[in-house]
Design a protein around this ligand. Structure first.
Ligand code: NAP
Length: 383
């Protein structure tokens, strides 16, 4: 079968398309003909050979990837033959050598999710690692219609789902995205965020150069929170003056919630938009640095999970309710399979519009490069 293998840690070009033997399902396993393979930022970290993340470095050569969607093409001993031909999606486990970037994958039958006929394989795939994380983050964030929610990397895999979900609660949402094209995508999410989001209007670039691609009417933000409830504003946070534009968008009382997977300068600046007592829900550091508004908990470098309401005193975070969601968690989110089921249901019933950035499997190196260069929107999927 075709498989992408990493033979040496290093740049994206080290991902090679190889021919390897077809895997054979053992007892209680099925083999899936994979149509969609998930790519994570963590895959790029492991490819570079950077230790200290939530997963250990793999032995080489390795087939990366931990999420798949496709069709069962063979069943192992003891497995009901009715599985053959079924459309499925699965997480291959929190392992650095998951085997997901391959045309065939062997999966325990209990890890399989059935995928309805109207849900595409890339969309189903996006609900496994990314969708489940979004559901977990949303459980942790406890959003209500009273909230003013700031989302970093709002055009990303998680961001596009979090923006939709936040807007659907009736909250005011400010999505921060890197570049005007990404900001435009975030604006388009208003169209699927439910009847509450009725006041999104285009407004021209602000004088200071920050592009406010959608948001409250051009009369600006008033001091009456109710008047802004249910609006979605997209701001390019790579443009000069974006923080001022974001302050205007959240309003004089400040934001109540930050959903941040970027960290670094952007995430820390975004945290300054949150009023005292607001929630900082932190789930990653794609910038390479933690959010300085809250001390990063020690995740043990091995996926040790960290519970909610992880507060640190002394720093600026002491004025906030900090909720960490890092690592391949079982706690505080509970059963990951159940989170995946919930995410799949949200995609299947059309609650979530799933955005994917699709790249052919043979071009896995390009997918990695684009993800590292911030050139993707939505969930990155190999097809
Ligand atoms: N806690 C968990 O279990 C869990 C699970 C999955 C993912 N995560 C984390 O959640 C975050 C978002 O994940 P995702 O899969 O949805 O990724 P993503 O948002 O689709 O992609 C990462 C985005 O981060 C932003 N970014 C800012 N600085 C960057 C840099 N130096 N290099 C690369 N990207 C940079 C970019 O968006 P802009 O250009 O718009 O800034 C980029 O598109 C990541 O930090 C990820 O590690 C955590």
């Amino acid at each position: 079968m075709d498989a992408i293998r990493l033979h040496a840690f290093g740049p994206p070009e080290n991902l090679a398309l190889d021919q390897v033997p077809d895997p054979v399902p053992g007892p209680n396993e099925v083999r899936v003909a994979v149509r969609a393979h998930g790519v994570h930022l963590l895959d790029t970290t492991l490819r570079r050979g950077e230790a200290g993340g939530p997963l250990p470095l793999p032995d080489l050569p390795t087939i990366p990837g931990r999420e798949i969607a496709g069709v069962v093409d063979a069943v192992g001993p003891g497995v009901d033959a009715a599985w053959r031909g079924r459309r499925v999606a699965a997480h291959l486990g929190a392992r650095p050598d998951g085997g997901g970037y391959a045309r065939l994958a062997v999966v325990p039958v209990e890890a399989l999710h059935r995928v309805p006929a109207h849900v595409t394989a890339p969309d189903a795939l996006a609900m496994i690692g990314t969708g489940r994380t979004a559901v977990g983050i949303l459980d942790l964030a406890e959003l209500t219609a009273e909230d003013v929610v700031v989302v970093t990397a709002a055009a990303g895999g998680l961001g596009t789902l979090l923006v939709q979900a936040a807007a659907a609660t009736g909250a005011r949402v400010v999505g921060l995205a890197g570049g005007p094209v990404k900001a435009a995508l975030v604006r388009s999410l208003a169209e699927v965020s439910g009847p509450q989001v009725t006041r999104v209007t285009a407004r021209p670039d602000t004088a200071d150069g920050a592009r406010v691609l959608s948001g409250p009417p051009s009369t600006g933000v008033t001091s009456h929170p109710d008047s802004e409830r249910g609006t979605l504003t997209a701001i390019d946070y790579r443009a000069d003056g974006w923080l001022d534009a974001a302050r205007t968008a959240v309003g004089p009382s400040g934001a109540t919630v930050l959903l941040d997977g970027v960290g670094g300068d952007a995430g820390t600046d975004a945290a300054s938009l949150v009023r005292d007592g607001g929630r900082l829900v932190l789930f990653g550091w794609s910038s390479g640095a933690a959010n300085r508004a809250a001390e990063r908990p020690d995740d043990g470098g091995a996926g040790e999970d960290v519970g909610r309401d992880h507060r640190k005193s002394g720093g600026p975070a002491s004025t906030h309710d900090v909720r960490w969601a890092v690592g391949p968690l079982a706690r505080p989110w509970g059963d990951l399979f159940a989170l995946q089921e919930r995410a799949l249901a949200l995609a299947a019933d059309g609650t979530w519009r799933v955005i994917t950035h699709q790249v052919p499997l043979a071009e896995a190196a390009r997918a990695h490069r684009e993800l590292e260069e911030r050139a993707t929107t939505g969930k990155v999927v190999l097809v």
